[in-house]
Design a protein around this ligand. Structure first.
Ligand code: NAP
Length: 502
């Protein structure tokens, strides 16, 4: 059952002001608006908790992560019902995302038990070395301290309260303070209830986790500026991420801001593949573009082709498939408005509108399709930007050489895709080294929506896809964001961290 309160270090806290969630089925509820004083209380408790939680055994933290997953499973149906009402996402999607979230928590439990992430190194003492002896040097990754987490609207579970950032930080040994997303406060509260139960069951300090509900942007800004916060995990828009990143950099003690931001995820459709599989590629792209009303950070918003008969047929087929799509609910009224204004921006450029849909009303959206020549795309920066929603743009190049030129002008991306067959390999050899510099994940003959949670996944990329090109927010490598290497020189074994003793 929802209380509408914040969870601050084990206490459910009311507030003098509330905000109303905007559900799709009019079952809106009131939630506490966050205050700057809530931030101070949550972060102070997190720092106190770090003094013990940061030194727990890996087995204790693995048990905690598994327990959170179990408690989320217990609340499963309620989470699905509230999540669907708040986000407008279908039930199957919420059920799938819950499985991904609990799977992620359990994967981190296994990962820390394996211990490889500690990257332990030992250079033994060389007392007789000349001209200088060498000390005993041991290195290990240690947790950094309290972490602030901001989730995104479009993944109310997997990139939110107990999503990848929270799971990675807790696995590393860092307490977490979540700034709840105002688009899904009820979903956030239910997940916080599950974490609260797990903290109690595992006998951990209550300050290990807090959720401060949204409704007040000052909460987010105070959180990233609090001196006891040592890193921020953020998933969301370029505008929001950049504002918070700048605050982190301007602190007296700057801290890392791991922002996973938007992307247009371009697909390069090579000429031989396009000619051989025109219809299948057009149908696949239309399906990928409209999945979840196009509200995926990996939505492939741009398809690059070589102009000609195959490209014309591809555009015609994609347009037909998109014209048959039904209007879909977007995550919030604000996101639906932002989509319509993105469409208006494209209409004001030199791109041709291929598919002219009626403007969907209120919180819903219909797809839109545009085409532009490579020359015109290069001249117009607005056409390089993410429009969050089901908007597709075909950029037609003169040749595969010009495709490479276009790739060089891309901003940083979460993904870049190449569709090709063997006859395209020679042209692709020139393209791949450019794409590798632009994206965290490069894929062939697939659509990028759908991110596997595993050891080798990279979900990140050069700015503006993310604010840290060396990091990923998905997969086990994401734990490294909340660790830092410490070298222990000649420290007696009795005083070393337990994980570092032979
Ligand atoms: P958003 O509007 O940036 O919101 C994300 C969070 O940041 C919310 O908690 C929001 O608070 C807060 N926030 C935003 N601007 C702020 C500011 N100026 N000061 C303080 N706090 C601020 O993003 P969204 O609409 O939820 O998510 C959609 C975007 O996320 C899309 O661009 C999508 O591509 C991207 N995304 C990226 C990934 C990835 O892994 N790279 C994954 C999913 C989504 P409020 O609650 O007050 O709004």
């Amino acid at each position: 059952m929802l209380t509408g309160k914040h969870l601050i270090a084990g206490q459910w806290i009311e507030a003098d002001k509330t905000f109303r969630s905007a559900t799709i089925n009019q079952t809106d509820a009131d939630f506490a608006v966050g205050r700057v004083s809530d931030v101070a209380n949550a972060v102070t408790a997190a720092e106190q908790a770090f003094e013990t939680y940061g030194y727990t055994t890996r087995a204790a933290r693995a048990e905690f992560l598994n327990k959170i997953a179990d408690e989320i499973d217990v609340l499963g149906d309620e989470i699905t019902a509230v999540g669907c009402a708040e986000t407008g996402l279908p039930e199957a999607r919420l059920v799938g995302e819950r499985g991904r979230t609990t799977g992620q928590l359990r994967l981190f439990a296994k990962h820390i038990l394996d211990g490889d992430y500690l990257d332990r190194r030992h250079d033994g003492a060389l007392p007789d070395r000349t001209p200088l002896p060498r000390a005993d040097l041991r290195m290990i990754q240690r947790p950094i301290g309290p972490v602030a987490v901001f989730g995104a609207s479009n993944f109310p579970l997997a990139f939110s309260t107990a999503g990848g950032d929270t799971a990675a930080a807790l696995a590393a040994g860092c307490p977490v303070v979540v700034k709840g997303h105002s688009a899904h406060p009820g979903t956030g509260e239910l997940v916080a209830q599950a974490i609260d139960k797990a903290i109690f069951a595992c006998g951990l300090p209550a300050g290990v986790f807090s959720l401060i509900q949204g409704g007040n942007r000052d909460v987010g800004t105070a959180l990233v500026q609090h001196p006891l916060i040592k890193a921020v995990g953020f998933t969301g828009s370029l505008g929001g991420g950049r504002a918070l990143f700048d605050l982190c950099a301007a602190r007296p003690e700057p801290i890392p801001f791991f922002g996973e931001l938007g992307s247009v995820n371009p697909m390069f459709v090579m000429p031989n593949k396009l000619e051989a599989d025109t219809d299948a590629l057009a149908a696949g792209w239309a399906q990928s573009l409209t999945m979840g009303a196009g509200q995926f950070c990996t939505n492939p918003g741009i398809a690059v082709t070589v102009a000609g008969a195959s490209s014309a047929a591809f555009i015609a087929q994609a347009s037909k498939a998109l014209s048959e799509a039904q209007a879909q609910a977007m995550l919030t009224d604000g996101i639906a408005d932002a989509y319509r204004s993105g469409v208006a921006t494209f209409d004001g450029t030199n791109a041709d509108r291929v598919l002219r849909t009626e403007d969907a009303q209120g919180r819903s959206a219909l797809p839109n399709l545009y085409r532009v020549s490579a020359q015109d795309w290069l001249k117009n920066h607005a056409l390089h930007q993410e429009v969050f929603g089901p908007l597709g743009l075909v950029v037609e190049a003169d040749s595969t050489e010009q495709m490479v030129e276009l790739a060089r002008h891309l901003e940083g991306q979460l993904t870049c895709t190449v569709h090709l067959n063997e006859s395209d390999y020679d042209a692709a050899k020139a393209l791949l080294p450019v794409l590798e510099r632009k994206a965290g994940r490069v894929l062939a003959n697939a659509f990028p929506t759908g991110v596997e949670v595993c050891d080798s996944m990279v979900h990140g990329g050069p700015y503006p896809a993310s604010t840290n090109f060396g990091a990923t927010s998905v997969g086990t490598l994401s734990i490294r964001r909340f660790l830092r290497p410490v070298c222990f020189q000649d420290i007696p074994k009795e005083l070393l961290p337990a994980d570092l003793v032979d």
